[in-house]
Design a protein around this ligand. Structure first.
Ligand code: BLA
Length: 524
């Protein structure tokens, strides 16, 4: 995006975040041509780690830049391994008298066909090595054992969040799950006691735009150790061997989108890290970590361990969600069987028989339900007044006649039936079946909680809406806009809930028929 181009939600997803031409200065970046071991690109902050200016580094051999021993070692290492990721980091020494322990993180960047091979070397100085191999291994082993013991999806998420927090020391670790439209929800959280909870909050898809989600399917971890960092340019701008900017998809120092940095600052975040959770190769969610008390810099080894836990969680969550679905479907079969048995008790009216307790609500996980049958009505939970119910049943009747379905399921009455929605302000989701002649069962769901009050949170700073002549889209404004778009929606009705509603309908139609026959017999 050019500096004068206004940023909006449309071009937000066009920001080419894989080729920013800049890095985060917590380390330095070198691009080395494999054929002769010479540096062809570097970040302008190289001096911080290697003590030489960029001009002296470009064109020099790696041995001249890092010392002959480490230079040769890294070149040999690269020549030996086609896949470099499993061998990271390579531990070297940099600084005065080679006194600073440094992690060299190597990868081969994506290149155009036929381009000369290059290796990217990122150097992060580690003042201390907090987790050496044996205790990284211990921490991961304990975490895996606990994950293995978790018997529900919720327990799995919470256990994972707690272990990632323990391992990395972030103030808050969240499991963030995408829905079908890529909006997200915080489904588990481990945090410092004194922080307010984000559990259950929803965020719009635009907070993590399409190209970012695509990048996160390839590179599974990213760290912003200090949201106030001043980026270092990669020079020269284009890789001389290709004439194109260096692709930083797999880089660990890649400079992140300025919009996202502004977003984090608005949230009061000082450092952020996220790890991809994948299902069948597609991004399912993220482990999102925040630090509030300033910068936070977990070492490469700690990040790698956390990434490994993310992969383990990705595998386990697929198995566990199948298991949870099975358990839920057994529970709803039981509920249904009980309701059907009670509906046959002809000493009680049908509406009373099925609303005597909360089972009808639990069957489809609704906030309210109203049953109209045999000239009576009864309800559980939160439902509209009689007039409102009549409106809903009228609409349901028309809609079912139109679609020839047995069940109507909508998660936004405002979208599905704007003509009556204004009169039913408390209703968001509707699931309904007709039995016959205006007899019906209608379940209702409240609007989902999607309120993050950015403005009202004392941690959040004031938001600059304009900067020079460039109008910047603040995350807060995007949130308001999104809230307009999605307000009045409930959680969508799951397929299982729709099926249960259909099954209940058949049983109640039959129960009404049997009751009718009894009344006819009694009259004869
Ligand atoms: C990236 N947005 C991200 C990332 C997260 C979020 C986790 C990944 C980068 C990271 O690890 O920090 C969003 N973070 C959240 C959410 C929570 C959280 C929802 O903690 C909830 C608790 N963002 C906007 C708008 C734009 C935008 C309006 O809100 C664009 C106009 C862009 N977000 C944006 C971009 C990235 C991003 C471009 C990619 C950053 C990068 O990797 O370069």
């Amino acid at each position: 995006l050019g500096p004068a181009e206004a940023i909006d939600l449309e071009n937000c997803a066009r920001e080419p975040i894989h080729i920013p031409g800049r890095i985060q200065p917590r380390g330095v970046l070198l691009v080395v041509r494999e054929s002769d071991g010479r540096v062809v690109q570097c970040s302008t902050n190289v001096r911080d780690v290697v003590g030489l200016a960029p001009l002296d580094v470009i064109g020099a051999g790696l041995g001249e830049v890092l010392g002959p021993q480490d230079g040769t070692r890294l070149l040999d290492h690269a020549a030996r391994h086609q896949d470099l990721a499993p061998h990271n980091p390579v531990e070297i020494r940099t600084g005065h008298g080679r006194s600073v322990e440094t992690d060299a993180i190597l990868h081969r960047p994506p290149l155009p066909d036929g381009a000369e091979p290059v290796v990217v070397i990122e150097l992060e100085q580690a003042v201390v090595r907090p987790l050496s191999f044996p205790n990284t291994y211990q921490a991961v082993r304990t975490a895996l054992a606990d994950l293995d013991r978790a018997s529900t999806l919720d327990a799995l998420f919470t256990t994972a969040a707690e272990h990632v927090r323990h391992l990395t020391g972030f103030d808050r670790v969240m499991i963030y799950r995408f829905d079908a439209d890529h909006n997200g929800e915080v489904v588990a959280e481990a945090k410092r006691e004194d922080l307010n909870s984000f559990y259950g909050l929803h965020y719009p898809a635009t907070d993590i735009p399409r190209q970012a989600r695509a990048l996160y399917e390839k590179n599974w971890i990213r760290l912003i150790d200090d949201v106030d960092y001043v980026p270092s340019d990669v020079v020269p701008t284009d890789l001389p061997t290709t004439g194109e900017p260096l692709d930083l998809t797999y880089s660990t120092l890649r400079s992140v989108s300025p919009i996202h940095l502004e977003y984090l600052r608005n949230m009061g975040v000082g450092a952020s890290m996220s790890i991809s959770l994948l299902r069948d190769g597609r991004l399912w969610g993220l482990i999102a970590c925040h630090h509030y008390s300033g910068p936070h810099h977990p070492s490469y080894a700690v990040r790698a361990a956390a990434e490994f836990l993310g992969s383990a969680l990705s595998v386990l969550l697929v198995a566990q969600s199948e298991e949870d679905r099975l358990v839920a479907s057994r529970a709803s079969s039981r509920l249904l069987a009980g309701l059907v048995a009670d509906s046959r008790d002809e000493d009680t009216s049908l509406v009373e028989a099925v609303t005597a307790d909360g089972r009808l609500l639990d069957l489809v996980d609704a906030d309210g339900v109203v049953v109209l049958a045999e000239g009576r009505s009864a309800s559980r939970g939160r439902v509209p007044d009689e007039e409102g119910v009549a409106l809903l049943v009228g609409w349901l009747t028309g809609r079912l006649a139109e679609t020839a379905d047995e069940v109507v399921a909508v998660d936004s009455l405002r979208v599905a039936a704007p003509e009556i929605a204004d009169l039913l302000p408390d209703v968001a989701g509707v699931l309904g079946v007709l039995l016959s002649d205006g007899q019906a069962v209608v379940w209702l769901r409240d609007e989902v909680l999607r309120s993050v009050d950015w403005g009202g949170d004392p941690h959040n700073k004031a938001i600059a809406l304009s900067e020079g002549d460039t109008v910047r889209l603040s995350p807060r404004r995007s949130f308001d806009r999104w809230r307009e778009v999605v307000s009045g929606h409930s959680e969508p009705w799951a397929e299982d809930a729709v099926e249960s509603a259909g099954a209940l309908r058949s049983h109640l139609v039959e129960a009404l028929y049997l009751r009718g026959r009894r009344d006819v017999r009694a009259a004869e």
